[in-house]
Write a protein that binds this ligand. Structure first.
Ligand code: XMP
Length: 177
């Protein structure tokens, strides 16, 4: 395993991000929506540093292949989202790669008529972003390498690492794959 972003740097970046969010929203109430599952560690660390009236929701995105819709339609599960009509929303994800996921989620969240919506990601693989989306906030730009840790997974392993790392063959073997 090779550490790409150490824990101390992540924590410093999150403190800085919390400061930027305060400056943006002042004392206005904010609804933070974390995209499952990768954003949960970031969500937990970030919201404890935001001293605003705050609500939290979780959002699961998936490609819906029902008989009555076009194959591959993208849907979000609204079950764990509080009402965001006319609210300021901050959408939180672990990583922006091609930008497809964030683009599709933004389209869906817009249909819930928030007053404003901004996006924050921990990592941005900017060289790979082909969709016309940019995060309003990001903590680190990283090169085009597969990374795990701090919420990001390899086959649901390694989310619990407090740092961001790339994997060796033996790390992959250790997962039983
Ligand atoms: P797109 O291309 O839609 O991808 O921007 C975003 C989603 O892809 C996953 N992803 C990764 N997951 N390590 C991971 O564990 C990575 O290096 C990586 N790159 C992309 C992630 O689920 C993200 O939400």
């Amino acid at each position: 395993m090779k550490v790409l972003v150490p824990e101390t740097e992540i924590q410093a970046a999150i403190a800085k991000l919390a400061g930027e969010i305060h400056a943006q929203y002042q004392d206005r109430p904010l609804t933070v929506l974390g995209v499952l599952t990768g954003s949960v560690i970031l969500l937990a660390d970030l919201i404890r540093q935001i001293e605003l009236p705050l609500r939290v929701g979780l959002l699961q995105a998936s490609s819906y292949r029902g008989a009555t819709t076009t194959a591959g339609d993208f849907v979000i599960n609204p079950d764990f989202i509080p009402d965001i009509a006319n609210r300021d929303v901050l959408l939180l994800d672990d990583i922006l790669d091609t930008g497809q996921t964030l683009t599709r989620i933004l389209e869906q969240v817009q249909t819930l008529k928030p007053r404003s919506i901004r996006t924050a990601v921990l990592l941005w693989k900017h060289e790979r972003t082909t969709f016309e989306v940019q995060p309003d906030y990001h903590c680190f730009r990283i090169p085009d390498e597969f990374v795990v840790g701090y919420g990001l997974d390899y086959d649901d392993h390694y989310r619990n690492l407090p740092y961001i790392a790339t994997l060796d063959d033996e790390d992959i073997a250790a997962t039983g794959n």
